[in-house]
Write a protein that binds this ligand. Structure first.
Ligand SMILES: NC(=O)c1ccc[n+]([C@@H]2O[C@H](COP(=O)([O-])OP(=O)(O)OC[C@H]3O[C@@H](n4cnc5c(N)ncnc54)[C@H](O)[C@@H]3O)[C@@H](O)[C@H]2O)c1
Ligand SMILES: O=CCc1c[nH]cn1
Length: 486
């Protein structure tokens, strides 16, 4: 392996790399080949304490800056990130296995968008003046929360770090970020870039490790807010632990989202949407539309054309720009997905294409499509987080809305139809936070992102995120005498 993937040290604390090799070893594997590309260590209590202390000290100084000054640092970081997009994308590809064709347009670039967007907003985070009877008045101040903990999943490591850090820092907070143990490399680059852009030492710290490092980070009394991107079971644990300390939370969790394809839809567009919503990032996207409800009258045409379109997937070296479908992130995740495929077969779903591990080193699996899936099957109920698309038939609008909503999840939903009234009518009734009409899986920073029901609490991106990284102080000002009853 020629690309430098071994970082200077495992953690980034108080503006510099930090190592404590007494921590449990954490090997980093390139999923495309199974080769080890870096060797890190999990954070020990000493590292974690140093990171939180550094963040606490930095936050006090950072909060004294004006929004304009804070925003300037974030916008500089966005520029640096864009200048380094190539190298950052190669690193992201090696960390996750996602093809460079994707990482070069959806990872560091998305992180840079967040830094630029929230950098631009920082100066406008002001309070209100509220006139009251008798000449009295009140004003409000939007204050930072303090030190925020960010905890990431492995599918979008750079994007997740920036989607959390950018609004947190814009509001005057500091952050201790724990990336997923599976993809620990790129958050360290985010930390380097923020320091280079002028952020004070300690403002953004990275500590490595599994849940055993995440758990004490969440409960540390110096942490004011926890933002987790991860699965629903982890979300339940982290939300409960944060509640004990009455901390603010953002929970960006999993889903089992419906995509509804009506009989008047453009078949090519609907298939493109289903490809984006099931096979982009090898199916490892939280908002994926994995329950594809296709109107019975067009189902066979949909399946035939989907099978044809899948032949155009270029499965190969993720660093080759022509590759459009990479490996799964890890052997463990691959085994989980193979288990779901077996469940699909044994419960009676029709395997249309794929279904097999690809016989070469690394974590490769074929893009897989099941048809004749029914609502009670495991593959229709549980989040798979891999390249497995399930087609379910429907005939009636009210029926499909009820079935689409019959899930504990509520992250996303999509509708394909040429009837715009129907599109809005149906989307309006689907229980999901991030929805699409005649599109799927777009996530621009200007638009709120997040789920309802078990899929999460709070929103990332857009102006909505500001409310989740700040609190409002109100000040009542009496202009006359203070009257009391006695
Ligand atoms: N809604 C979103 O924005 C979004 C985005 C990406 C991924 N996801 C979800 O993430 C999941 C896949 O990622 P994953 O397998 O890394 O998820 P995961 O829940 O296994 O882990 C997520 C993170 O939580 C940490 N963690 C685990 N136990 C913890 C504990 N007790 N306390 C604190 N931290 C703990 C892990 O180390 C990791 O960093 C999928 O369910 C996917 O839908 C959601
Ligand atoms: O994985 C979830 C977040 C996301 C959705 N689209 C791009 N990133």
């Amino acid at each position: 392996m020629t690309y430098p993937t071994q970082p200077e040290a495992s953690h980034f604390v108080n503006g510099q790399y930090m190592e404590d090799d007494t921590g449990t070893p954490l090997p980093v594997i390139y999923p495309a080949t199974g080769e080890k590309i870096a060797q890190l260590h999990e954070a020990t209590p000493k590292v974690l304490d140093a990171a939180i202390s550094a963040a606490e000290a930095a936050q006090k100084e950072w909060a004294k800056l004006s929004g304009m000054e804070r925003g300037r640092v974030l916008r500089r970081a966005a520029d640096i990130m864009r200048e380094r997009n190539h190298d950052l994308s190669v690193l992201e590809t090696m960390d996750t296995g996602k093809p460079y064709q994707e990482t070069s347009v959806a990872d560091a670039t998305s992180g840079a968008d967040a830094l630029e967007y929230f950098g631009g907003l920082a100066a406008s985070l002001t309070g209100e003046h509220i006139p009251l009877p008798g000449g009295d008045w009140a004003y409000t101040i939007r204050e930072p929360l303090g030190v925020c903990a960010g905890i990431g999943a492995w599918n979008y490591p750079t994007q997740i770090a920036c989607w959390k850090a950018a609004p947190a820092l814009a509001c005057g907070n500091a952050m201790v970020f724990k990336p997923s143990e599976t993809t620990p490399l790129s958050a360290l680059k985010v930390a380097e870039i923020l320091m280079e852009a002028g952020a004070p030492a300690g403002l953004f710290n990275v500590v490595q490790g599994k849940g055993g490092v995440g758990a004490p980070l969440v409960t540390d009394p110096r942490i004011a807010k926890v933002s987790l991107t991860g699965s629903v079971p982890t979300g339940r644990k982290v939300y409960a632990a944060a509640a004990e300390g009455m901390k603010h939370v953002t929970m960006e969790l999993g889903g089992k989202s419906p995509m509804v394809v009506f009989d008047d839809a453009s078949l090519e567009d609907a298939i493109s949407g289903a490809i984006l919503g099931n096979f982009y990032s090898t199916g490892q996207v939280c908002s994926n539309g994995t329950r594809v409800f296709v109107h019975k009258s067009i189902k066979e045409a949909f399946l035939a054309r989907m099978a044809e379109r899948l032949k155009d997937a270029v499965i190969g070296d993720p660093l080759d720009e022509a590759t459009s479908f990479g490996p799964m992130v890890s052997e463990a995740q691959l085994q989980i997905v193979l288990g779901f495929i077996e469940a699909g077969k044994s419960e009676g779903a029709r395997l249309v294409t794929g279904g097999n591990r690809i016989d070469k080193p690394g974590c490769w699996i074929e893009p897989t499509v099941f048809a004749d899936v029914t609502d009670d099957m495991t593959i229709a109920r549980e989040e798979i987080f891999g390249p497995v698309l399930s087609v379910l038939d429907f005939e009636d609008e009210d029926e499909v809305i009820a079935r689409a909503n019959a899930t504990p999840y509520g992250l996303s939903a999509g509708v394909y139809t040429r009837d715009l009234q129907r599109g809005h009518r149906v989307i309006g009734q689907l229980q999901a936070g991030s929805c699409f009409i005649n599109s799927y899986n777009d996530a621009p920073v200007e638009v709120p992102f997040g789920g309802v029901k078990a899929s999460g609490v709070g929103r990332e991106n857009s102006k909505e995120a500001i409310a989740h990284y700040s609190q409002v102080k109100s000040v009542y000002v009496r202009m006359g005498e203070t009257e009391a009853p006695f």
